[in-house]
Each structure stands twice: as structure tokens, then as C-alpha cells.
Design a protein. Structure first.
Length: 469
């Protein structure tokens, strides 16, 4: 059987080698009371390769991941997808460049804009169908909108989208990639929540095989890998590979965790050896669950075109229960911990490591809760991301010290100097340098009144604004 990083670490841990090197626990499990995997936690010693200059076992592991995902080049990430997103954006742009971003991207994308001194333009998710208008979810990004933005702003040097979104909405990556390439620029896809794509026909194809130039996967989100582990893939010649790799070395730890890397490699080996059969079993179990939950009378299991069916979005819109109450009942009464609670829905994430018993518990709990609910008349309120006018660039706004902190009710028309977002998913409602619109103010107030915590601001339930703005 092919050697993996984990097996090599285990061999070393069981050997009589004594280490006069880091880390300081010296693989001495008796010294500490906690049952942590000290015996396989090492540094870059002879025979174990080096993530930042890999030629041996780590390179073999990365090559395995490339083959599995259909990528030309793959790099392990031990600082999460965030380090990959920052490196991808930094590697595909120069300071002062313009970049087109889907507005519902993760906060790390906005941080990259600030770090690298970029000028952002935003493309907003759209709801073009009646089905999407009735949904509690934001829509997808359309290629024709991207094309229009690139024609209006020919100075844009890269396109950055998230697909699938945190709650599962998928954009047409192939068409968007073709659009970006017609304009001669790369497409970066934050596919952190789609690391399971491409292994089964029940799910979408992964973005590498759809033409994206750079793709980031969080293998810990939807696959059996350890938290903080991810992948960055590079394809074609539009993205500057050397520059991306330079930023990976700058933005990742110079002492990467061998435990995290071994977890990634073990996950990749599982996909290679039995991924097909495991995904077929998972898809069957998941479809059975979705069919059962489609019978709920009051709660609604969202099911839209272009959607990641591993995500269970449970809408409370039009019922006599709030999303926060639903989450609380599931957690306190049924001991089921959900991933996220948003405006009018709760997100339950599944993966191929879910057991039949676990899925059955969720099904029975939701059907039990649904029996006691009443369906109300009327439609849900909207939670679309508001469009904002940019007055200053984000890094310009961050340097302003002439600021005050206003309650949300008083911030309309002011130039914000802070980020404001619900986390998760971490998509900013307001970005530094933007004039706060009525829609943004109302959205902040509605989230607060529903009991959600707005993050990114220095003071709770207040936002920093430019005094003279």
C-alpha cells in the first residue's frame, strides 16, 4: 500500500528515535496529562520533507490531491482557506489594481483588498426566477452581469467569486470562467464549501474542471479532515504561479503542522481508494433524508436549481417560530448542533462521514417540531445584501482616525470606517469607505432585533463612521 504522510509519522512515532529538535513536547506523552497526538507532531526533520520547499512525501501528497481534483498544481494549506484566498488575490493582482468581487464573498476577500491596496468593484447575487424570489437564500452570480461589469471597467485585473456560498447556492463557474478569459483575466473561485464536488453525480463538478484558474477548497468543511486544513489549486497561465507561491510562504506558518498535513493526505487517500462507494452511499442516505423532510407542513426545506444538496437549509419563514428558536430547540431538546442560524433559516451541514443514526435523529426531530407549528399568511421579509456607494477605498477609510461610533438607527448617510457582518457567513453588509444606505441601516437593525450579533465593529450595536464624512 502506498506510503502516506500519516503512516510515515506513525512509523517514526513508534520508533526509538529521540529528538533533539522542536517541538518542545519531545513526543513525550507521559509528560502531559492530556491525550494529544504528541508522537506524530514533528518539525521539518530529515525524511519528512518541507511544505514550503517540498520534494518528497509532501509533494507526493499534493500531487495526489491534484489528480483527484483535476488540477494542474495543488498546495496544502494549514492556515485554512483564508491563507489561500489572500495568496490567490495577491498573486493575481498588483498593488493599486482593480478587482471584481461577488459581494457575498467571505470577509477574507475584503481583507485581501485592504492588504494589497486594491480597488474593488462588486457584482451582486441576483434572483431572476420566481422560485428564487420566494427563497430565503441570496441568488447566484450570472456570467452576463460579470461581462457587463468587465466591459464597464476594463481596468479590472481579476474576478473573485464564491461558489457554493455558505448556504449552498452555486453559480455557473464554467460560463463565468469563459467570460473572464475573454477579457484576458483569471477567475479565482472560493469553493471552500465545495471540497466534496466532483466525486459523485449527485453533486456539482468542482471548479478546476470548469475552467477556474485558482480554486480554494476547505477540506475540513465537508470532508473528513482536521479543522484549519485546506487546498489551493492553480490551473493555466493566467494566474502568476510563482507570485501565488511567494504569498503562500509569507502568509502560512513557517512551521506547518504535520498533523494537519497528514490529515489532508489521509483524506485524499480515502477519496482515492473508496471515495466513489462512500459518496454513492452518502448520496443515497442524503436523498432519503431530503425526501422525508420535504413532507414538512410548516418548516420548508429549501430546494432550488443550482444548489449544493449536502446543505439542509431549513426555512422558518411564514411560521410561528423564529430561526433562533428552531436552533435552540434542536440544540437543547434534541442535542443536535446546527452550523448556522441566519435571518429566517437554520443551516444543517452534512458530509459523507454522517451516520444513518445521526441523519435519522435530525429527521425525527424536525418532523416532531413541524407537527406543532402553525403556517402563517404573508411573505417573509427580505435579507438581500444592500448595494452601497463607495466614497473611499477600504484602506483609505481604515487610516481615518476622525471617527465616532453611532447606534445603527443614526448611521444612515454616514461613511462607515468598519466592517459589519453576520458571522457566519461573514459576508459584509458594510465595508469601510462606503456610505451607509437606508437598506443597510435597516438590515443591521433587523438582525440586531432578532438577537443576532453583528461582528466586525469595535462597539456592540454601534458602527464607526467618519465624523466629517
Amino acid at each position: 500500500m502506498e506510503m502516506t504522510l500519516y503512516k510515515l509519522l506513525r512509523q517514526y512515532g513508534d520508533s526509538d528515535y529521540y529528538g533533539f529538535h522542536m517541538p518542545g513536547h519531545k513526543r513525550n506523552k507521559k509528560f502531559m496529562e492530556e491525550d494529544l497526538p504528541y508522537e506524530i507532531d514533528i518539525t521539518e526533520i530529515e525524511g519528512f520533507d518541507d511544505l514550503h520547499h517540498c520534494e518528497g512525501i509532501i509533494k507526493q501528497a499534493q500531487d495526489r490531491a491534484s489528480r483527484l481534483y483535476g488540477a494542474e498544481e495543488t498546495h496544502f494549506l494549514v492556515n485554512g482557506s483564508t491563507s489561500g484566498i489572500l495568496s490567490a488575490i495577491g498573486g493575481c493582482t498588483n498593488r493599486g489594481d482593480s478587482i471584481l468581487i461577488s459581494r457575498h464573498c467571505h470577509k477574507s476577500v475584503y481583507h485581501a483588498v485592504e492588504l494589497f491596496g486594491l480597488k474593488p468593484y462588486y457584482v451582486y447575487p441576483e434572483k431572476r426566477t420566481e422560485e428564487m424570489e420566494r427563497s430565503v437564500l441570496n441568488g447566484q452570480i450570472y456570467a452576463d452581469t460579470v461581462d457587463r461589469m468587465l466591459k464597464e471597467h476594463p481596468e479590472i485585473r481579476a474576478v473573485m467569486i464564491v461558489s457554493p456560498t455558505y448556504d449552498g447556492v452555486i453559480s455557473d463557474v464554467r460560463k463565468i470562467a469563459e467570460t473572464a478569459h475573454r477579457h484576458g483575466i483569471p477567475l479565482i473561485v472560493d469553493e471552500a464549501h465545495g471540497a466534496h464536488f466532483g466525486f459523485c453525480g449527485y453533486f456539482s463538478e468542482n471548479a478546476n474542471r470548469l475552467g477556474a484558474d485558482v480554486v480554494i477548497h476547505s477540506v475540513h468543511k465537508t470532508l473528513p479532515a482536521l479543522t484549519q486544513s485546506a487546498l489551493l489549486h492553480i490551473n493555466g497561465k493566467r494566474a502568476d504561479r510563482n507570485k501565488i507561491k511567494k504569498y503562500l510562504q509569507m502568509l502560512q506558518s513557517s512551521s506547518p503542522s504535520y498533523i494537519l498535513m497528514a490529515g489532508i493526505d489521509a483524506c485524499m487517500q480515502m477519496l482515492e481508494n473508496k471515495g466513489k462507494q462512500e459518496f454513492e452511499r452518502y448520496a443515497e442516505d442524503l436523498q432519503e433524508l431530503r425526501q422525508a423532510l420535504s413532507q414538512m407542513r410548516s418548516l420548508k426545506l429549501e430546494c432550488i436549481p443550482q444548489y449544493d444538496r449536502s446543505k439542509l437549509v431549513l426555512s422558518t419563514a411564514g411560521t410561528d417560530i423564529s430561526s433562533r428558536d428552531l436552533e435552540k430547540i434542536l440544540r437543547e431538546k434534541f442535542h443536535l448542533q446546527m452550523e448556522m442560524t441566519a435571518g429566517d433559516y437554520v443551516l444543517a451541514m452534512t458530509s459523507l462521514a454522517d451516520t444513518k443514526e445521526g441523519l435519522e435523529r435530525l429527521k425525527n426531530a424536525l418532523l416532531d417540531i413541524d407537527k406543532g407549528l402553525t403556517k402563517l399568511q404573508g411573505t417573509k421579509g427580505r435579507y438581500d445584501l444592500p448595494e452601497m456607494e463607495r466614497i473611499l477605498l477600504p484602506w483609505e477609510a481604515s487610516e481615518i482616525r476622525d471617527r465616532e461610533f453611532l447606534p445603527f438607527e443614526e448611521c444612515e448617510g454616514k461613511i462607515c470606517l468598519e466592517y459589519a457582518y453576520l458571522y457566519p457567513p461573514g459576508s459584509p453588509i458594510a465595508v469601510p469607505g462606503e456610505r451607509i444606505s437606508k437598506e443597510a441601516k435597516d438590515l443591521l437593525i433587523r438582525y440586531r432585533n432578532k438577537g443576532f450579533s453583528i461582528q466586525g465593529t469595535e462597539e456592540e450595536n454601534r458602527i464607526g463612521v467618519w465624523i466629517n464624512g
